[in-house]
Structures are given as C-alpha cells and as structure tokens.
Design a protein around this ligand. Structure first.
Ligand code: TYM
Length: 316
C-alpha cells in the first residue's frame, strides 16, 4: 500500500463486461491516481445482487471485474482490491444509515425514479442503494471518490448522510469529494446516449477486434453537420482535437473512412489490455489471493471505523 496520506475509494458493480465508458469515466482514474492516494477499490457485488440473481454468474463476473482492474494496470501492491461482500461492515453501516434516513429523501434518487418510471416493481435493495453506497464510501474516510457523472448524486447522498450522522451523534465522518473529470463525465455510446449496458450501446473494454469493428460500424451517424458527431465523440476519448481536425477535415461526409480509423485507434488502446487480461485469466489462484489479502486489509480499516460508529450511537 502507498505511503500517501490522502485516501481514494472507488467501486464497480460486477454486472457484466466493463465498457469504454466505465474505463474513461472511472476505472482509469484509479490507476492514474494509485501512486498519489492510499486507494481502496472494490467490486460492488451486493449492489449487483439487485440485478444478478444467479450464483455462477455472480462468481464469474466478480472475478472478471477483479481481472479487468488488474489488466488495466491496477497494482495490488499499491491498491487494496477487495470484494464488498467480504467486508460485512458495509451492510452493517448501511443499516445504521437507514435508521437516520427518510423515505421521501431516498425517493428523490435518480436511480429509483428511473426504475419507477420504467414501471418496475422496485426492490428494497434498489431503494436503499444510496445508503449502502454511503456506507461503502464513508467506512474508509476517503478524500476522493472518482466516478462518472451518473454517480454524482450518490456521492452527494454519502456526503449528506455523513453530515447528518455527525450532527446527530458527533463528529465521525469526513465528507468526501467526487472526482468527475469534465471531458469524460458522460461517455457517449454508439447511439449518442450515455454509454450504458442497459441501452445496448456499448463498446466493451476487452472487445476482440471483430467486436470493436461491429460496435463502431453500428455507430449511428447523423448527417446534419459536416462530421458524424457520435463517431467524433468516441474518437475524442482517444485523440486530441488537433490530431482529429485534419482527419475529419479531409474526410467530410466519408463516414466509413472515419469509422475505419476509429476501429484502428480503439484496437491500439484495447489490444494490449486484452493480451494482459488473457494472461491474468490463466492464473485465477493469484487473483483470488489478491482479493483475499485485500479483504483482510479492508476489514481492518472498516472494522476500526465501525467500532467508532458503534461507540457514537451507544451500542458499544
Ligand atoms: P457502475 O458499476 O454502474 O459504473 C462504474 C463506474 O463507471 C462510471 N460510468 C461512466 N462514466 C462515464 N461515462 C459513462 N457512460 C459511464 N458509465 C458508467 C460510473 O459513473 C462509475 O463510476 N454505484 C456504482 C458502484 C459503486 C460505487 C460505490 C462507486 C458502489 N459503491 C462507492 C464509487 C464508490 C455503480 O453502479 O457504478
């Protein structure tokens, strides 16, 4: 673990293969900041339980996300990488937060409102999601939480909850800051909407060359301007405006040529990650050991905080 004095925390739900939006919006930030912050990164499997109710799939996808992080360069010697369900303090603190939180307050959550609007019968787990996420964050006293824009409200819930707890029981929690990088706050998918598994508009981070080509060829091109804005938006993740200007200038209206260059540029990013991912997948025992060691360190830190909380609320 790094000797840094400031702490970072981040997490991903193991609900499927990560996409380019997860990578640029959040996962890459963790790797870039791992020398600067004492970092805790976890696989949010209890959050994923709201979506995945199949044991084999849960196991495989949790291992998958651990391997994904390692493949993009997360160094387990610097970062505590662990599984949420291995640290019971998360669910225990979430309960404590539930008791100081009101139903109308949680009803304002975008995630809840979206699920309601789709006509879903919302599970209690989905409804309480912001409190579990507040617990995930606040247990580690982080200074920063790198996330995409869609998680902004959840980090605000964590800050509000920390503040409310501190007011009721006394100073216990630090208020964390979200790190949301403006240029990648909302990475667009192949149809121009936010890239999201639920919209089926993703480019997967460990896609094969053929999968990259299929995704890029499916990008919806709109001919209202002189450049296909959905192609350009994804291209901007990989290259600067100065680099893209001559290319898009020389290929006005030639969407196919632009898409072909984008395929090559994505392949340039993804190919080495894919190779690394395949190597890691040959040694699952090492990945399990990393998660086991991570759980031990995370538990040590989280239990200490939970003990402090229990003293503050008078159950210890
Ligand atoms: P999840 O698993 O949906 O997404 C993981 C991270 O990827 C970011 N992201 C994006 N960023 C930019 N553009 C996009 N199109 C895009 N799509 C996804 C998300 O903002 C997120 O940062 N609730 C969280 C997981 C979580 C968590 C936490 C995160 C649970 N507890 C505590 C941080 C701290 C989630 O569902 O992320």
């Amino acid at each position: 673990m790094s000797t840094a004095t400031k702490t970072l925390l981040s997490g991903v739900k193991p609900t499927g293969r990560p996409h380019v939006g997860n990578y640029f919006g959040a996962m890459r930030q963790v790797v870039e900041l791992q020398d600067e912050y004492a970092s805790f990164v976890f696989l949010a499997d209890y959050h994923a339980l709201n979506f995945i109710q199949n044991a084999d799939q849960m196991r495989a996808q949790s291992m998958g996300v651990a391997m994904d992080y390692l493949a993009i360069g997360l160094d387990p010697a610097k970062v505590v990488l662990f599984k949420q369900s291995d640290v019971s303090a998360h669910t225990e603190l979430a309960w404590i937060f539930d008791t100081i939180t009101t139903v109308p307050y949680l009803m304002r959550s975008h995630a809840y409102k979206d699920a309601e609007a789709k006509g879903h019968e919302v599970s209690v787990g989905t409804f309480n999601y912001p409190m579990l996420m507040a617990a995930d964050i606040l247990l580690y006293n982080p200074d920063v939480v790198p996330v995409g824009a869609d998680q902004k409200q959840h980090v605000e819930y964590a800050r509000d909850t920390a503040d409310k707890f501190n007011r009721i029981f006394g100073d216990t929690f630090k208020l964390p800051e979200a790190i949301i990088r403006e240029d990648v706050a909302t990475v667009r998918g192949t149809d121009g909407r936010k890239m999201s598994k639920s919209y089926g508009n993703t480019i997967e981070l460990f896609a094969s060359r053929d999968e990259i080509a299929n995704s890029v060829m499916s990008i919806v091109t709109d001919s209202s301007g002189d450049r296909p804005k959905n192609v350009y938006a994804i291209h901007r993740l990989l290259k600067s405006e100065e680099e893209l200007e001559p290319l898009y200038g020389a290929n006005t209206g030639n969407y196919k040529a632009l898409k072909e260059v984008l395929i090559e540029d994505l392949e340039f990013l993804i190919a080495p990650l894919r190779v690394r991912r395949e190597e890691i997948a040959t040694d699952k025992a090492s990945v399990m050991n990393i998660l086991r060691a991570g759980a031990e360190k995370a538990n040590e830190r989280a239990e200490k905080k939970l003990k402090e909380v229990k003293e503050m609320i008078g159950v210890k």
